[in-house]
Design a binder for this molecule. Structure first.
Ligand SMILES: [Zn+2]
Ligand SMILES: [Zn+2]
Length: 263
């Protein structure tokens, strides 16, 4: 088994174990570094790196702190979903190999049911609590007071007490160990990481040769001119610049998307 170090604070190791066991990897948690120093998504510290830079920095730290050749870092974010609907949870997993000199970043994203409510009376909880997915824990906030990782029953008690002093905010606790939905997205990112690690560049044989750059120019079904619709995806090796295009099998764009036929 290849020992692989994972820098994590919230018990995410089991979420990667199965996907990466297929590579003969054994994942071990690295602690002893406060990842919040890199900026936590709860907003307690301002970020100074993008999510991808943060995941790469954590992966490098994992290798450095453990003495392993291979390190993994993770970074999750929550943003407004497409068209402003819902909340999109994106999870990145970055894997570095110090000895071989490469890094591969995997991604998974999914709409999640995360929400936040301003409560003025406990009766509002009768309609809210039944909508909370099984296993999802909650946060209750009032001014500078904060209670984390509450079950719905505990959140109810907390809200009932605090409402005597004014409105409270109830939210999903989105830390990985408190959110089954987020755990599922991290598992998907681990599957994506395994797949990317198995795709080697045909020229230099480094991993992560993954088609993800959209290629515009799918020809119009009526006039044959190129449209802005994607005709496939390009894989680019970040080490030797080798490129390969993977074209979609369906060959033509709907004329509705053609600048010539439907200007
Ligand atoms: Zn290459
Ligand atoms: Zn056309």
């Amino acid at each position: 088994m290849q020992q692989v170090a994972f820098l994590t604070q919230h018990g995410k190791v089991p979420l990667l174990t199965e996907a990466l066991a297929a590579l003969g990897w054994q994942i071990q948690a690295v602690s002893g570094f406060d990842t919040d120093l890199l900026g936590s998504f709860a907003g307690e510290r301002p970020r100074f790196m993008t999510a991808a830079e943060c995941a790469l920095r954590k992966a490098a730290l994992a290798a450095e702190l453990s003495g392993s050749a291979i390190g993994i870092g993770s970074e999750g974010s929550f943003n407004a979903g497409p068209y402003g609907l819902g909340t999109l949870n994106q999870e990145l997993l970055c894997c570095v190999n110090i000895d071989e000199g490469w890094a591969v970043t995997a991604v998974a994203q999914q709409l999640c049911s995360a929400r936040s409510w301003q409560l003025t009376e406990a009766a509002m909880l009768q309609t809210i609590l039944p909508t909370i997915p099984d296993g999802q824990l909650l946060l209750v906030k009032q001014g500078s007071r904060l209670e984390k990782a509450l079950t719905p029953a505990q959140a109810l008690l907390c809200c009932e007490q605090w409402l005597a002093k004014g409105a409270v905010t109830l939210e999903y606790d989105l830390r990985a160990h408190c959110s089954p939905e987020r755990q599922q997205v991290i598992r998907l990112a681990a599957d994506n990481l395994r797949q990317r690690l198995q795709q080697l560049c045909p020229r230099c044989h480094k991993p992560g040769f993954w088609p993800e750059l959209p290629l515009a120019g799918l020809p119009c079904a009526d006039c044959g001119l190129p449209t802005s619709q994607p005709r496939g995806l390009r894989a680019c090796c970040r080490y030797c610049d080798y490129q390969q295009d993977f074209l979609h099998s369906s060959g033509f764009a709907d004329p509705a998307n053609c600048p010539q036929c439907n200007p």
